[in-house]
Every structure is written in structure tokens, then in C-alpha cells.
Design a protein around this ligand. Structure first.
Ligand code: ADP
Ligand code: ZN
Ligand code: ZN
Length: 804
């Protein structure tokens, strides 16, 4: 009987996106399952592929079909669910299936890194031919096996549990290889060894006798040296004689640096209780209901999550808890670890490749039941999900901006249908789309109106910086903010200052000719970083030393403009020389663990002021913060994003929520040059619904979501004329294939018109209902993949674009 594997290959440039048929060599019939990674010949190369289907027939003539050359996994790395999800993602986001498959795995399992699969066997139980492989070493690499004929026996032995699989990902010194010693001596053995070794080996006898009392136990070698007071040579000799053996344990690198204190479930407020009851009812009925938990900051949403997860665990299920990357603070993960202890895995970008793999593996092996993670944790390989939560569901980081361009919210809802479990979307400022769906009863709305400990929301003052200027105040601090800070410093209360920028100052400008120093690769001005005296492009990573004179006119009157965190820090020291400041931005937190350390310093009261960028807007919960100052509320209003008003409102609400969370009342001072903007006016009142209504009105007028859908087609090329020409072709194609109800804007230059030396043009599609859209886009992509890509064109389709 022939066996065929249908394989999705890692060749994304290939125009046809379908599985290819490969022959499974007879020895591997039992070994290869769907979801395993393999190496297959593709053209002149050997490439990585995923087995997505097994078959006994193929249309490829048998003399043409090529065999799989290598099996990379003994156990599948992707489940049936994941293979289905990949198909859906491919359709939903218009991406290559290979991209959808890869995104679900930790990077260690994508092509670049090598996974070692070790096998550890109980020799006595094995069939002799197989046992002979393990004779020399108890632990051998699976690779040694691949070319052998014994794969069938091996697979059987694994099924019966006689051979254990251990995986590890090697990565620069990151792996902790723990060697342990297992002891198996008996009384006879001691006699034997005494005779054999005679007088010379007093120490060996001493060790053998010690071992007699520890038969079957496992020790680290160091423990044995100490307890039996022998050296490594003595132990080595005994191991060679067979009295003990080295074994290897699969150890996980621990991503946590601190121990936590166990906490118990709090007694819920009535509002919390009602919300929890509806959620647990859905869990009980195995109903894939989506809840929108709308609760003001500090209303105790997290406590509701914790108790809902508790319920899932009691039902023998698992839970996925997503938080935006920037609020995945140590404080946040600690809350989960202190409730669920060792059952929690954590996934975020701060982990090394090896650590990420270990966390993934713990999930896959069922060693943990809860994952707290950023966007990609939505693909956690749990098999019995009881609950999925997205905290701060409005956050833009839930949308991936590379292929596959998926939104974690959509994947969560897909998985909840598969697992028949509820989803909670939580936020103090829900995305307009989500709130609109809740109003239409697509989502079930749960509301927490009050703060959990009955604290009042902080009082918010908006300061018009134009008025300050008229009064002769040219500093970046308004009079009321300075006064507010002075009071807090005197009362030994804490202050948070929020600035939506990074670096020392945002740009370098020539005062004679007005030139702003730009990135040579992108249409973006470079940012000055003081710590290394360099100018850096935040888009492509280019950097250079600050020029001594203007590159245009050679004038020496070239200087830094704008306001960055370092500048603010200096200004504060001028005003309050004694203030102790913790500054948090990309520069101070780039080291591993720095984020945590800085927060510890502030949290333990060793600093008075926490000054930072976006990364301090969320999640912080410190009792002594009574003043929050927003230095420049407008920054986020002027971004080329139809959601900029919404983003500003969300940001201001979030950062205000850091004040007065415990016993002390909080105050918020928002500085702005546009106090009349409704996003700022309504943020002051901290009323979500009036903002929602006002923003919906403007979206309706402008024809934006949630009233209309958007799709963006972007074309780029190194040559500006080529880019413009093909963008024109895209527009023509769309106009001749889509109906008249659809409006097509463009081609226009993209908001960043050149990135990494590529010129970028785009067409924006606005539509309400267009059954033809996906097919049209697929056709367009086909033309691009078969023809345009050869000419160096790059074409991107985004069905849920934000920056436009
Ligand atoms: P949110 O996630 O909505 O911002 P949190 O869950 O962080 O709110 O709760 C805010 C504060 O209130 C935290 O310090 C939390 O421990 C506390 N808290 C939450 N629920 C309760 C409760 N039922 N009883 C007492 N304190 C609570
Ligand atoms: Zn100049
Ligand atoms: Zn650049």
C-alpha cells in the first residue's frame, strides 16, 4: 500500500498555495502524522514542510512523486484544530497557509533553530534490535535514528512508554542541562565491589555503602560529592561499573525571577458577582458566548477573570489570558501566579527563544493550565480550553501587522467555537466595533460601573497650554501641574508623569535652512538618543552619529527639538532637585529584567516620580499614586489613523486610571493644546458612552468602521515610478471588478511614503457589503504572485488596516 503525505512547504514565494504530495517511505508509515514537520525536496532544494493530510492516493504519477527526506518530529507539533485554524486564517486574512502554520509555533520550531529530540529508554523492556541502539548511551538523539530501519519499533516503544521523548532547543548558552545520577545498587553489589576493588578503593567502597541507603533515588552529582564526601572521579568509576547511571532531566528555563505569595479569591462586589455568574453559566452550558466586560479602571475586572479561570480549572479545563504586550508587567503576571502558582505559563517578547519554547512545551504537555501572554499566546496548544480572555481588548497590539494579519479577537472567537467555551473581552474603553456589537446583542454586555473598593474615580483637570503661554509660562509644565507635584512631594505621595514619546528629543533641525535630519532609507525624521549620542530610525533601525553641521547648508546652528523623556527628567530636576525619579522608556528598559527592576524601585517607595512613555499607561496598581500628569495629550491625536480620537480617549482614560486606586484620592492633570477636541473633553468626564456616541457619529459621517469596512492594498518598489505605475494598475483592477457601491480611494502615497528604500503607494477600499471582494483580491494576488513579484513589486493586502 502506498502512503502519501500532503505537505504545505515553506516556500512563500511560490504562486500556488496548496499542499504538495510526497511519498512516505515504508519505514515511516507509522511515524508520520498530520501536524508533523518534515523536510521535502522542492525544486533543487530541501525545504521545511508541514504534513496536513495523509492519503492513499495521488494524482501525481508514481514515477514522478518524491519521497519525504527527513522527519523532524516524532509527535506532531500542530493539532488537528490548528491545521483547521490555519486554513481559516489563510482565507480570513488572505495569507499563505505556511505563514498561518508558522505563526502558531514558537520561533524555535520554525526553520532557523534546531530542535533536539532525545530518546531515553528502559533497556530491559525493549526488543533486542532496538535496545542495541541504546546500549552505549541511555539518551540518544532522534536524528541518529532517522536513517535506521527501526522506526516502527521505536514508535511502538514510545507508545508503550518504554522510550521517553525529551525535547530541547539549543540556543547560545541558554539551555540548562542538568545531569542527575540515579542509583541502583543492591546488597550483592556491595560485596562484589569490595572484592573487586580491594584496598586501593576505600573511597569507592565508602560511596557504594552510601548508595546502598539511597537505592532508586536521584541526586545531582554535587549532592553526592557532598553527602558521601567523595570526588567526581570516584563517582565516575562507580558509574562505569554500573552501580549508578547518569540520567538527563528535561528542565525548563524559568522565566520568573521572583517567588510569589499565594492569594485567595476576594469576596466579590454585587456587580462583579453578577458578571461572574453569567460567565460561569455559559461555561457550564458549554456555550461559546462572547462577553464584553465593560468596567471602569479599578472596577475589579481582573478579579473576575481570576475567578472565572478558577472555575475553568475546577472543571478540568484550561484558560488563555491575553494581555497587551506593554501591560504584561511583572505585577500583572504575579497576580496570576499568586492565584494559580505552578499552573501558569507566561509568553511574551521578553523571553529568549529557548524560554518561549519551554513555555510552549509546558502547555503542549499539559503541565500548565493557564497561559498569560501577549497576542501570539492565542495559539497556545491547549486541548480542552474552558475560557479565553482578552484584557484591554481595544488595544491595537492585538492586531498583527505582518502576514498573517490576524486579530487575536477573531482567533479567540474561532477557538471558542471549536472548544465550545465563552470568551471575555474586557476593557474600560472598549473598541467601538466591540461596543457596537454588544449594543446589537452579538456580544453579551457585562458592566462594572463602580470601582471595586468604592474609591471615587480621580478628578480630572484639563489645562490649556496656549493659555499658559499667554501668561508667559514657556516650560513644559503648567502652573497647576507644578503645584500638584510640589504638594505630592511634600506629602510623600507618588506621581506618574506620562509622555507619549521616546528618546531625548524627537528630531534634529537646522535653524538656518530648516532641514530636519532624515533617515536615508525612509521618509521619517531620525530620533536623537542621548545615551549613545546617536540618531536612530525607529522604523528600519538605521543609526548614525549626530552631525556637527547641517548636511544641507553646513551651518553649525543645528540642534535638537521636541520633548523626550530625558529632557523632561532634566526639567524636573531643575524644578525639584531632591525628587527621586524613575524613568521608563525604550532606552531604560531594553535590558532584560530592567522593566521589573524599575517598577520595584517605584513600587517600594524608593522613588517619588515615575516618568514614562506608553509602557506606564496600563496595568500599574500602586496605592500611593495620587497624581497623574499627562504632559502632551495631543500627540496621539495627530496620527494618520482613523482611530486617533478613539486612541487618545483610551490612552487618557487608562493613564488616569493609575491614580487613586486605593485609599488615597487621585487627581489627574491633562495638558493639551487642543482642549476643545471632543476626545479630550470627554476623557475629562471619563464617560465612555457619550464618547462612544460622539465618535460613532463622526465615523458614520466619514464612512469608517464600524459602519463601513476597510481593506487596504499597498504596493511598494525600490523605484518610485514602478511603484506608482503598479499602484495605478491595482486601482484600475479594483475599479473594474468591484461594484459601484464600493468606494476606492487612491492610488495615494502611503503615510510613510518610503520605508527601507521602498516607495509605497496604496488604495483604500471602503465597503458595506461586497460579496465579490475576497475573490477579486485573491485574483489580484494571483496576478501579483505569478507576474508582478518577478519585477520586484511587493503587494500587501490588509483587511483590517488601522494606519491609513
Ligand atoms: P481592573 O482590572 O478593572 O482595573 P482590578 O481587578 O485591578 O481592576 O482591581 C482594582 C483593585 O481593586 C485591585 O487592587 C484589586 O485587588 C481590588 N479588588 C478587586 N475586586 C475586589 C473585591 N471584590 N474586593 C476588594 N478588593 C477588590
Ligand atoms: Zn541647514
Ligand atoms: Zn529608516
Amino acid at each position: 500500500m502506498i502512503r502519501i503525505a500532503k505537505v504545505i512547504v515553506d516556500v512563500a514565494a511560490y504562486p500556488v498555495d496548496r499542499p504538495f504530495d510526497y511519498l512516505i517511505p515504508a519505514d515511516w508509515h507509522d511515524l508520520i502524522e498530520c501536524g508533523c514537520r518534515v523536510k521535502v525536496p522542492f525544486g533543487p532544494r530541501n525545504v521545511l514542510g508541514f504534513v496536513v493530510e495523509l492519503a492513499s492516493e495521488t494524482d501525481v504519477p508514481l514515477d514522478k512523486i518524491k519521497p519525504i527526506t527527513q522527519v523532524l518530529d516524532i509527535e506532531p507539533v500542530l493539532t488537528e484544530e490548528m491545521l483547521r485554524l490555519a486554513k481559516w486564517l489563510k482565507k480570513q486574512t488572505i495569507c499563505y497557509e505556511i505563514d498561518a502554520l508558522q505563526v502558531m509555533l514558537p520561533s524555535a520550531l520554525r526553520a532557523k533553530y534546531e530542535k533536539m529530540v532525545y530518546l531515553q529508554a528502559e533497556l530491559e523492556q525493549l526488543d533486542p534490535s532496538l535496545a542495541s541502539f541504546f546500549q552505549k548511551s541511555q539518551k540518544i538523539n532522534f536524528k541518529q535514528f532517522e536513517k535506521q530501519e527501526l522506526l516502527k519499533e521505536l514508535k511502538q516503544a514510545i507508545k508503550k512508554g518504554y522510550v521517553r521523548i525529551e525535547n530541547e532547543v539549543k540556543q547560545q548558552g541558554n539551555i540548562k542541562e542538568i545531569r542527575k545520577v540515579q542509583i541502583h545498587v543492591d546488597a550483592d553489589y556491595i560485596d562484589k565491589i569490595k572484592q573487586q576493588l580491594s584496598k586501593r578503593a576505600k573511597k569507592q567502597i565508602q560511596l557504594a555503602e552510601w548508595m546502598q541507603n539511597h537505592c532508586g533515588e536521584i541526586f545531582a552529582p554535587e549532592e553526592i560529592y557532598e553527602q558521601a564526601s567523595v570526588t567526581a572521579t570516584v563517582l565516575q568509576a562507580l558509574i562505569e561499573s554500573g552501580a549508578a547511571q547518569f540520567i538527563q532531566e528535561e528542565v525548563y528555563r524559568a522565566p520568573f525571577t521572583k517567588d510569589v505569595v499565594q492569594t485567595m479569591a476576594l469576596r466579590l462586589t454585587d456587580e462583579q458577582d453578577q458578571a461572574l455568574n453569567q460567565i460561569t453559566a455559559a461555561m457550564e452550558q458549554q456555550h461559546n458566548e462572547t462577553f464584553l466586560l465593560h468596567g471602569v479602571t479599578g472596577s475589579g475586572k481582573t478579579e473576575v477573570y481570576l475567578q472565572a479561570i478558577q472555575q475553568a480549572l475546577q472543571d478540568g479545563k484550561e484558560a488563555i489570558m491575553l494581555v497587551p504586550e506593554i501591560s504584561l508587567t511583572p505585577q500583572m503576571t504575579e497576580r496570576f501566579r499568586s492565584r494559580f502558582g505552578e499552573l501558569v505559563a507566561v509568553m511574551h517578547s521578553g523571553l529568549s527563544v529557548g524560554e518561549k519554547y519551554d513555555e510552549w512545551r509546558k502547555i503542549q504537555q499539559g503541565k500548565v493550565k493557564v497561559v498569560v501572554g501577549a497576542r501570539s499566546a492565542i495559539f497556545a496548544p491547549f486541548q480542552h480550553i474552558g475560557l479565553i480572555i482578552l484584557d484591554e481588548e481595544h488595544e491595537s497590539t492585538y492586531k498583527q501587522e505582518d502576514a498573517p494579519r490576524y486579530h487575536a479577537r477573531d482567533v479567540a472567537i474561532w477557538r471558542s467555537e471549536f472548544h465550545q467555551c465563552p470568551v471575555i473581552l474586557g476593557s474600560a474603553t472598549p473598541a467601538l466595533e466591540s461596543f457596537a456589537r454588544a449594543k446589537k446583542n452579538v456580544y453579551t454586555l457585562l458592566t462594572l460601573k463602580d470601582r471595586a473598593k468604592q474609591q471615587a474615580l480621580p478628578s480630572v483637570t484639563v489645562v490649556d497650554m496656549r493659555e499658559e503661554l499667554k501668561l508667559g509660562n514657556r516650560s513644559m509644565f503648567s502652573t497647576s501641574l507644578i503645584e500638584g507635584m510640589r504638594e505630592r512631594l511634600m506629602r510623600k505621595e507618588q506621581i506618574v508623569l506620562f509622555l507619549n514619546r521616546r528618546g531625548y528629543s524627537s528630531f534634529v533641525l537646522c535653524r538656518d535652512c530648516g532641514t530636519v535630519v532624515q533617515c536615508p532609507n525612509c521618509d521619517i525624521s531620525l530620533t536623537y538618543h542621548r545615551y549613545n549620542e546617536k540618531l536612530k530610525c525607529h522604523y528600519c533601525g538605521y543609526d548614525e552619529y549626530v552631525p556637527q553641521s547641517c548636511p544641507q547648508c553646513q551651518s553649525e546652528h543645528i540642534r535638537f527639538f521636541g520633548t523626550g523623556t530625558q529632557k523632561v527628567e532634566e526639567e524636573i530636576y531643575k524644578l525639584f532637585p531632591e525628587a527621586r525619579i524613575v524613568r521608563m522608556d525604550v532606552d531604560t528598559t531594553s535590558q532584560k529584567g530592567a522593566h521589573e527592576q524599575l517598577l520595584d524601585i517605584f513600587g517600594s517607595g524608593q522613588a517619588d516620580i515615575l516618568l514614562g512613555t506608553q509602557m506606564i499607561a496600563k496595568g500599574l496598581d500602586f496605592p500611593n499614586i495620587t497624581l497623574v500628569g499627562v504632559l502632551s495629550a495631543d500627540t496621539s491625536l495627530h496620527l494618520p489613523d482613523y482611530r486617533s480620537g478613539e486612541r487618545t480617549f483610551q490612552l487618557l482614560t487608562q493613564v488616569s486610571g493609575r491614580a487613586g486606586r486605593h485609599d488615597l484620592p487621585g487627581e489627574v492633570i491633562i495638558q493639551t493644546y487642543t482642549p476643545e477636541h471632543y476626545a479630550i473633553e470627554l476623557a475629562q468626564e471619563q464617560q465612555y458612552e457619550p464618547f462612544y456616541l460622539r465618535e460613532m457619529q463622526s465615523r458614520h459621517q466619514a464612512g469608517y468602521p464600524p459602519y463601513y469596512y476597510l481593506a487596504l492594498v499597498q504596493v511598494s518598489h525600490e523605484d518610485v515610478i514602478m511603484a506608482a505605475e503598479y499602484a495605478g494598475r491595482v486601482a484600475d483592477y479594483l475599479r473594474s471588478n468591484l461594484s459601484f457601491n464600493v468606494s476606492i480611494i487612491g492610488p495615494t502615497t502611503a503615510s510613510i511614503s518610503r520605508l527601507n528604500n521602498r516607495y509605497r503607494y496604496q488604495c483604500l477600499i471602503k465597503y458595506k457589503r461586497e460579496p465579490n471582494l475576497i475573490d477579486t483580491l485573491l485574483q489580484l494576488i494571483k496576478i501579483y504572485r505569478t507576474d508582478w513579484s518577478k519585477k520586484g513589486i511587493q503587494l500587501i493586502v490588509d483587511l483590517d488596516p488601522s494606519v491609513i
